[in-house]
Unconditional design. Structure first.
Length: 284
């Protein structure tokens, strides 16, 4: 078996770091959710993360051109980003970490479905099979009829739908300035979170300030790591490494929140991961 090249190993390592950074963000938000409302967490996440975003954008030269070409597209992205963030952060306070992270990986399946009518990308039998497998995984994980229904599942569904729309809009607006694409996702969330937080602001304590700073740094690490991963290696090689986030979530969920994955959760996560890999294979 031919040994993996050094750039490939580096790309996989960067993606592993990205999956860790993403799970650290989710863990930090979940810890904050027991003391702060979702709008205040969203507001803190954006304000503490903005300096890191600007630092990365400046390093990459993305701040040199911020002139947008498609204003309606930017407005849509801002709304979708707001829905994805609020829905996911709310659900983090209601559902086990591993369950939520695994369910978030249904986004590629939804992207495959929506890319057919919106982008004209053929669905194909492999993607169709992946969607069925992924739906089976979701069914197993939420365990209907046995586990109590939680409205947070609707928040997850809405968040995943918004994230899928955000990803598809990035494809449609691929020629737009990168800096403008990133910064445009923040205004609606900032205004909404700020408005909802004014009357219910809870003073930040030292531990929460540390978490907000850590979440901001993790967000910058995630962004930079993904860029490096896809720059060094092929997507088919590094993308599957992203599923390590389920393992990180299982570890952090058990360590910090006493959440031990049960049989249906593990089986469902396996089906969703398998579905994502089928979609990736079909893309290739």
């Amino acid at each position: 078996m031919k040994a993996l090249s050094s750039p490939t190993l580096q790309g996989m390592t960067w993606m592993l770091l990205a999956s860790l950074a993403g799970t650290l963000i989710d863990t930090g938000v979940k810890a904050l959710s027991s003391h702060y409302d979702t709008p205040q967490i969203v507001l803190g996440r954006l304000l503490f993360g903005l300096p890191f975003v600007l630092l990365i954008a400046g390093f990459r030269g993305d701040l040199k051109n911020l002139k947008p070409k498609r204003w309606p597209g930017y407005g849509l992205r801002a709304v979708l980003s707001c829905g994805a963030t609020f829905g996911f952060f709310f659900a983090l306070g209601e559902l086990p970490l591993t369950l939520l992270v695994a369910l978030s990986f249904t986004a590629p399946l939804l992207i495959a479905v929506l890319a057919w009518p919106l982008l004209g990308e053929p669905l194909g039998w492999r993607r169709g099979l992946a969607i069925l497998v992924g739906l089976a995984g979701v069914w197993v994980m939420i365990n209907p009829g046995r586990a109590p229904w939680n409205p947070a599942y609707l928040a997850v569904a809405g968040s995943v739908l918004c994230w899928a729309g955000l990803s598809l809009s990035a494809r449609r607006m691929a020629d737009e300035p990168a800096g403008a694409m990133v910064l445009s996702t923040m205004p609606v969330s900032l205004v909404l979170a700020g408005t909802l937080t004014v009357s219910s602001w809870v003073p930040l304590e030292a531990w929460s300030l540390a978490i907000f700073l850590g979440v901001g740094a993790a967000g910058a690490t995630l962004h930079f790591s993904v860029i490096m991963a896809y720059r060094l290696a092929q997507a088919a090689t590094v993308a599957p490494v992203e599923y390590a986030a389920v393992l990180w979530a299982s570890l952090f969920g058990a360590l910090f929140f006493g959440e031990v994955p049960n049989g249906p959760m593990i089986a469902g996560a396996g089906l969703i991961i398998a579905a994502g890999l089928i979609v990736l294979r079909a893309r290739e």
